[in-house]
Design a protein around this ligand. Structure first.
Ligand code: PEP
Ligand code: MN
Length: 373
């Protein structure tokens, strides 16, 4: 249920409503817009009628149900797009974010060489798996803590933020100690114990879509993390399994605008796993920009033919640099920029966020309400 407060509601009235919501067995989730506060009452409380009755409480403007099964992550609760902050980096704002790096952290030389190259080309985040969920038990499983330390060293040298995968809930603490963003891989999207644990880590999570998961399931997995205390979630479309064999997965690009209609969370696209083919990264990345993604996550390896995992879909640093050059124009056409140097050169973008923070509505639009899963 959404409880929209009046624009002149006092702090005391907001607190009183939150206390009432808790008393009925729901969890209050506060969203502060510039004009007013909206409170989501989520959970399995015992009486929706009690919540409806809050309509007559002091300071309350309206009480409306949230129609979708996911609540905190839905646009119904928060119509304005969310920004996930990673230090000074904002994901989901006007800056277009590129995360790049090897599939797996292999050696210091490989990682540092890649990190310096992708930084040079304008990437803001370094990717690299230290814990690898591999289909075959005989494949390279990752350098584990040693890999995390190398990622931290690469961050130190380049200033790039680090995104890396956490494979089991037991490793959550150690990965959170080193990473800036914790990645949940496609194979773990419905590992509910892991999702609940990530709700308590206090660091942003990059949640990849499971290879046979629907958009609704992806959003419910995001809701797991958010409802356990962490709403710093970035969604990632990385392709789903279909009858098609020409590409490794079928990248569902339409999922991007669907997710943008249904959720306020940032959305990034992974063209590497989405296609499995180096030659497709460039056209698909451009399409991702045009279709409204907030960023990309791309595999880059200095010598893809020697990569310990995912070589065929990895770009060389040279190809990545060319791609980034080309992407800048596409990003600009979407009134976004790739890094602050670009922003400062750009007419029409004042360096602030181009998002209207005031636009908190309490009712879903007709289009949002009509997704019938
Ligand atoms: C990866 O990012 O290297 C990876 C294993 O991705 P996914 O979980 O999407 O397969
Ligand atoms: Mn990979």
């Amino acid at each position: 249920m959404i409880i929209a407060m009046k624009s002149d509601a006092t702090e005391q009235q907001v607190n009183d409503i939150c206390a009432e919501i808790s008393r009925y067995g729901y969890t209050p989730h506060l969203i502060r817009g510039e004009e007013r506060v909206v409170i989501g009452a989520v959970g399995r409380g015992d009486n929706k009628d009690h919540l409806q009755n809050l309509r007559s409480s002091p300071g309350v403007a309206d009480v409306v149900p949230i129609l979708q099964p996911y609540k905190i992550v839905s646009r119904e609760l928060k119509t304005q797009k969310s920004i996930v902050r990673v230090g000074d980096l904002e994901i989901g704002g006007t800056e277009f974010i590129v995360m790049a790096g090897p599939c797996s952290v292999e050696t210091r030389e490989q990682l540092i060489e890649t990190a310096e190259a992708v930084k040079q080309s304008g990437a803001q985040v370094l990717r690299g798996g230290a814990y690898k969920p591999r289909t075959s038990p005989y494949d390279f499983q990752g350098l584990e803590v040693e890999g995390l330390k190398l990622l931290a060293e690469a961050r130190e040298r380049t200033g790039l933020k680090i995104v890396t995968e956490v494979v089991t809930s037991d490793e959550t603490e150690v990965v959170a100690e080193y990473a800036d963003i914790l990645q949940v891989g496609a194979r773990n999207m419905q590992n509910f114990a892991l999702l609940k644990k990530l709700g308590r880590v206090g660091k942003p999570v990059l949640l990849k879509r499971g290879m046979s998961s629907t958009i609704k399931e992806l959003l419910l997995s995001a809701e797991y993390i958010a409802s356990h205390g962490n709403d710093q979630v970035i969604l990632c479309e990385r392709g789903i399994r279909t009858f098609e064999t020409a590409t490794r997965n079928t990248l569902d690009l339409a999922a991007v605008p669907v997710l943008n209609e249904l959720s306020h969370l940032p959305v990034v696209v992974d063209p590497s796993h989405g296609t499995g083919r180096r030659s497709l990264i460039r056209p698909v990345s451009k399409a991702a920009v045009a279709i409204g993604a907030d960023g990309l996550i791309i595999e880059v390896h200095p010598r893809p033919q020697e990569a310990w995992s995912d070589g065929p879909q990895s770009l060389t640093p040279h190809d990545f640099a060319e791609l980034m050059k080309e992407l800048r124009d596409y990003v600009r056409m979407e009134s976004r920029y790739i890094n602050s140097c670009d922003r400062d050169q750009q007419p029409g973008i004042d360096g602030g966020l181009a998002i209207n923070i005031d636009s908190i509505h309490t009712k879903p639009t007709k289009e949002q309400a009509s997704y019938d899963f």
